[in-house]
Design a protein around this ligand. Structure first.
Ligand SMILES: Cc1ncc(COP(=O)(O)O)c(C=O)c1O
Length: 461
């Protein structure tokens, strides 16, 4: 972190730059505007998922190749968004394309198991050291089924999560995510708040939250709930938070969480939908050396196709094997998805690919840190594997409370506009981070850093 010496950002200057950059982006995305007008007649809000909404209109994408995407106005951009972290392989990777087209000619769906599903599971066992796997079609399905398995295994219903963490869009996990700072609650009594409308009150009341990186608070919460006769079935958490930018676990935190949950008989679920495949071959489980009872994967697993997975210990997965939990789905283990995942894991995400990602991430983190130091910006660069971000906060973000109180939202908005106007397709939103792909090059990284430098220079001009 650039401690202490950070300059005071002039709010007036930021607003001026935002206005200028918004006008430029609007001018360059007129075809997206027209597409939005048309889309609104048939698609609710003009998009397929509410996370694709944007004012005054979403940017519609036409195509992608390797590390690049083109929008419908034919603006060419380096892709640092990568499908919310799914495309760590880069777009239209030939090995995945070959696997999909070869599978297509032999049929794409039978709702019956195929050999590729076994090969993928064998590789996941090897990477995670976790013995039993099942498939889903998304990250949300993976976390939904993992929680059901934990409930069946323990015979209990409550759930403990980390405040501010996103685990998908089913009811149980749509609690205590993005809320106003003064609604978080104090000390050990953090609020359980529905994330959006339509979440049953009874579900919200079953879900409790503690802050990340605070193992004693987790222990106190579990003990308190236990004394009230409602010990949770599980703790569901990202081992490194990837929905507040990037927040890494402090040394010893994950080990302490593992010890506390094991001692109390609470199933530990690592949601590796974002970290899995992307930060190491065996995800955060490998990187930090702590093994949960259940792990959930999706996003980068499918090489661009919608698949997810749940891995678990023999003991916890016994309720799936004995048929007491219905872990089901017409498209689970879909042959096309399995063929793509097989090629992705065996041909694309190789040890050399991870070495390349580490090299690229070192370069971008070093570049961004250099800019922060040169201009004394209030912030720091943080990352791991293919993931990273610049966090605009003078204090190191270790949990949601620090994030919410300190992170400068308006600078995040400005950075996104600068990127989009200079050929960097970036994930929108202050909670997001970049995802690099194995097809990115030093040139792509240097473009990102030079765009960031331009913004920094304009901010102090
Ligand atoms: C950590 C985490 N878990 C689960 C999900 C849900 O995945 P999906 O959008 O595939 O349902 C997400 C999505 O962003 C996520 O970041």
């Amino acid at each position: 972190m650039s401690a202490g010496a950070a300059i005071q950002i002039d709010g007036e200057r930021v607003r001026e730059l935002i206005e200028r950059e918004e006008a430029r982006l609007n001018e360059n995305t007129q075809a997206s505007d027209r597409m939005y007008e048309r889309a609104r007649d048939s698609l609710a809000g003009g998009v397929a998922s509410s996370y694709q909404l944007r004012d005054p209109w979403p940017i519609y994408i036409d195509r992608g190749e390797g590390p690049r995407v083109w929008d419908v106005d034919n603006n060419e951009m380096w892709d640092f968004h990568n499908g919310f972290g799914s495309m760590v392989q880069g777009h239209a990777h030939p090995a995945i394309g070959r696997a999909i087209s070869e599978r297509y000619s032999r049929g794409t769906h039978f709702a019956a198991p195929t050999e590729d599903g076994i090969v993928v599971a064998e590789e996941l066992v090897r990477r995670w050291g976790i013995p039993k796997w099942r498939y889903t079609n998304s990250g949300s399905e993976a976390t939904m089924d993992a929680i059901r398995i934990a409930r069946a295994h323990t015979g209990r219903e409550d759930v403990l999560k980390i405040f501010g963490s996103y685990h998908g869009h089913h009811d149980t996990v749509m609690v205590s995510i993005g809320v106003e700072y003064d609604a978080i609650g104090e000390g050990d009594d953090l609020a359980s708040i529905a994330y959006g409308a339509g979440i049953p009150k009874a579900t919200v009341e079953q879900v409790h939250a503690v802050h990340f990186n605070d193992a004693p608070a987790m222990e106190r919460k579990l003990e308190k709930l236990k004394s009230e006769g409602r010990l949770p079935a599980c703790v569901i958490m990202e081992p490194a938070m990837m929905n507040l930018g990037v927040v890494l676990p402090e040394p010893g935190y994950l080990e302490a969480v593992r010890e506390i949950t094991a001692r109390l008989g609470v199933v530990l679920i690592f949601d590796e939908v974002k970290t899995g495949i992307c930060i190491a071959p065996g995800g955060a489980t490998e990187k930090f050396g702590v093994t949960p009872d259940l792990v959930t994967l999706a996003k980068a697993l499918g090489g661009g196709l919608p698949i997810g997975a749940i891995g678990g210990s023999e003991a916890v997965m016994a309720c799936v094997e004995d048929g007491s939990v219905y872990q089901v789905g017409t498209y689970n283990g879909n042959p096309l998805g399995m063929a793509a995942a097989r090629a992705n894991l065996l041909e694309v995400m190789t040890p050399a690919a991870y070495e390349h990602l580490d090299h690229l991430n070192d370069r971008i983190l070093e570049g961004c840190t250099g800019v922060i130091e040169e201009f004394n910006l209030p912030g720091y660069a943080v990352g791991i594997g293919s993931k990273g971000c610049v966090t605009f906060s003078t204090e190191k973000v270790v949990d949601y409370a620090v994030f919410k109180a300190n992170q400068d939202k308006i600078l995040c908005d400005l950075a996104w506009l600068y990127n989009m106007n200079r050929g960097i397709y970036m994930t929108p939103g202050r909670e997001e981070e970049w995802t690099l792909s194995v097809t990115h090059t030093d040139e792509a990284i240097d473009s990102y850093v030079s765009c960031f430098r331009e913004m920094a220079a304009d901010l102090v001009a």
